[in-house]
Design a protein. Structure first.
Length: 79
């Protein structure tokens, strides 16, 4: 009788577990396009941030050169 009870529990689990698993898979499949879109958006933002960083580095280097040139001019004028 205990075997029968265990068998019934197992069969019940098989029936409900399959539907739970199917539902979980369906939910994951529904979310996949949104996750893919979020990843692509994140990659786009990363690329833009890298471009902005390069631009800022170039501008910073140019500003340092301009400051050095201005300092040199002032030193010549002061001398």
């Amino acid at each position: 009788e205990k075997e029968k009870e265990l068998y019934e529990k197992f069969m019940c689990w098989c029936k409900t577990g399959d539907s739970d698993l199917s539902e979980s898979i369906a939910n994951a499949n529904d979310k996949a396009p949104a996750v893919t879109a979020a990843i692509e958006a994140g990659e786009g933002k990363l690329a833009q941030a890298k471009e902005d960083l390069k631009s800022a580095q170039v501008e910073r280097a140019a500003a340092k050169e301009a400051m050095a040139a201005a300092t040199a001019v002032r030193e010549k004028e002061a001398a």
